[in-house]
Design a protein around this ligand. Structure first.
Ligand code: PLP
Length: 457
């Protein structure tokens, strides 16, 4: 094995890390961690440090680390058939079985699954399919996509445009013109403190309707949203938000893409966020929890209504010109089948709901009345703590104070607990694996309370 210092140097000299301050990393001013193992809710690094991962990697290792059932399924598939493509009617037992398992769990109006590798490429697929369908339907002007500020949908050219976070646009010449953004359903940051939740829903709906009116409904193809805003701050929608948005979209014949990359397969304590909030999507994006990240795999679940247009399109134009080499990769599909079987066998969706509710209640209780805690919010196994300068007056900290990152760094160093400092605002995010115990939830809460006290004394 390489010496630690050798690997550290290679890392700084060779590795382009995503979402990293490149210059500071290369200069040696940022920490490095070489992760060597994981079990349950913990990871371990090559220095022997064991960390409680309260963000499940990037909210993706939903069943927890070290699950031999999935590792064995991957190994068996790789030995039997490591790869064959899925073009022109080819498939494997794993990919066909997984498509069927996904549809068995999805809302009943969904009809087919297209497999990709990442949440970004799945959303890229979704936009292409929506454009294709509107061309087939003879309405080539209906192409714009509405997303929300603070939405996260990936970091490609179109998907980075859909993402409504400044960091993902700045200096990349994004967003691209077909993408429009509307109000985030973020009640805590509502424009006027006197608004009730119901008023705020009306405000979001009115803004959407105005945008549709200004642009013309005949130019707008789809609306994309995460059931719960994730990377934008872990923000569950206010009561009644999704039914009200759905009504506007139905009225204007605008498709709904539910980006379930984080919420799919149990994170809210329901199989999908669409079930949880009564959304009726035309397309659902899935990734992360589909394989619990044991292998890369994503999917676009297509409704019957959209599918029939796609069939019409190929009758008129020949095979659809869209495919990835690694679509439905058998090794990833085998991981997906084993992962969904494990979730069922251990009733992990129910556990995510129950222990997630416990974590949220314990966090809210421990931080109640804290002068620097503006809000504790969450749903299922998602929880966020929003830190503010003055909770009574809702005054936020300056971005340059880096309060969120400092609190998260303190938790890591002193309590060995990984929380995520969300990229916009001083928000600590928690999205632990579904196998979290109540005892581990207590540890996360204690670490948070202690780190806030030490950082903001
Ligand atoms: N959509 C949502 C809701 C996500 O949270 C993410 C990633 O965090 C993506 C899409 C993009 O997925 P990927 O990073 O796999 O491209």
């Amino acid at each position: 094995m390489l010496r630690n210092d050798q690997l550290d140097q290679w890392d700084r000299d060779s590795f382009f890390h995503p979402s990293t301050h490149l210059a500071e990393f290369a200069r040696g001013n940022l920490p490095q961690r070489v992760v060597t193992g994981g079990s349950g809710c913990y990871i371990q690094d090559r220095d022997g440090t064991r960390l409680l991962d309260a963000f499940a990697g990037l909210y993706c290792v939903n069943v927890g680390y070290g699950r031999s059932e999935i590792a064995d399924a991957i190994a068996e598939q790789a030995k039997e058939l490591a790869y064959y493509h899925a073009y022109m009617g080819h498939g494997t037992e794993a990919s066909i079985t997984l498509a069927k398992m996904i549809l068995d769990r999805a809302p009943s109006h969904m009809s087919r699954v297209y497999f990709g590798l990442s949440g970004s490429d799945a959303n890229e697929t979704n936009i292409k399919l929506v454009w294709y369908a509107n061309n087939i339907l003879g309405r080539p002007e209906k192409k714009k996509i509405i997303s929300r500020w603070r939405g996260y949908h990936g970091s490609g050219l179109v998907t980075g445009s859909l993402t409504g976070l400044e960091l993902f646009h700045k200096k990349f010449d994004l967003p691209l013109p077909p993408v429009l953004h509307t109000q985030a359903p973020y009640y805590f940051r509502r424009p006027d403190r006197s608004m009730s939740e119901a008023d705020f829903v009306t405000h979001c709906v009115t803004e959407l309707e105005q945008l549709i009116e200004t642009q013309g409904a005949d130019t707008i193809a789809a609306f994309i949203g995460e059931p719960v805003l994730g990377t934008g701050g872990i923000v569950p929608p206010p009561d009644g938000y999704w039914p009200a948005i759905q009504a506007v979209l139905d009225k204007h014949d605008i498709l709904l893409i539910a980006d379930e990359v984080v919420t799919g397969f149990g994170r809210l304590g329901s199989m999908f966020g669409s079930d949880h909030y009564g959304m009726r999507p035309d397309i659902m994006t899935i990734a992360k929890g589909l394989t619990s990240a044991y292998a890369p795999l994503s999917g676009s679940i297509i409704s019957e209504k959209l599918w029939s247009v796609l069939e019409q399109g190929t009758d008129e134009n020949g095979p659809i010109g869209h495919g990835w080499t690694y679509s439905a990769h058998p090794v990833s599909a085998a991981a997906g089948v084993a992962n969904l079987q494990l979730i069922d066998a251990q009733d992990l969706v129910a556990q995510a709901g129950a222990v997630g509710a416990y974590l949220n209640a314990a966090m809210a209780d421990a931080l109640k009345g804290h002068p620097h805690v503006g809000e504790v919010r969450g749903e299922g196994m998602l929880c966020a703590v929003e830190l503010v300068r003055d909770a009574d007056a809702s005054v936020f900290f300056g971005a340059d104070e880096k309060v969120g990152p400092r609190v998260a760094a303190h938790m890591l160093e002193h309590a060995k607990v990984i929380a995520r400092a969300m990229p916009q605002g001083d928000i600590l995010g928690f999205a632990p694996p579904f196998c979290l115990t109540k005892g581990q939830a207590d540890e996360i809460v204690a670490a948070t309370v202690q780190a806030i006290a030490a950082t903001l004394q």
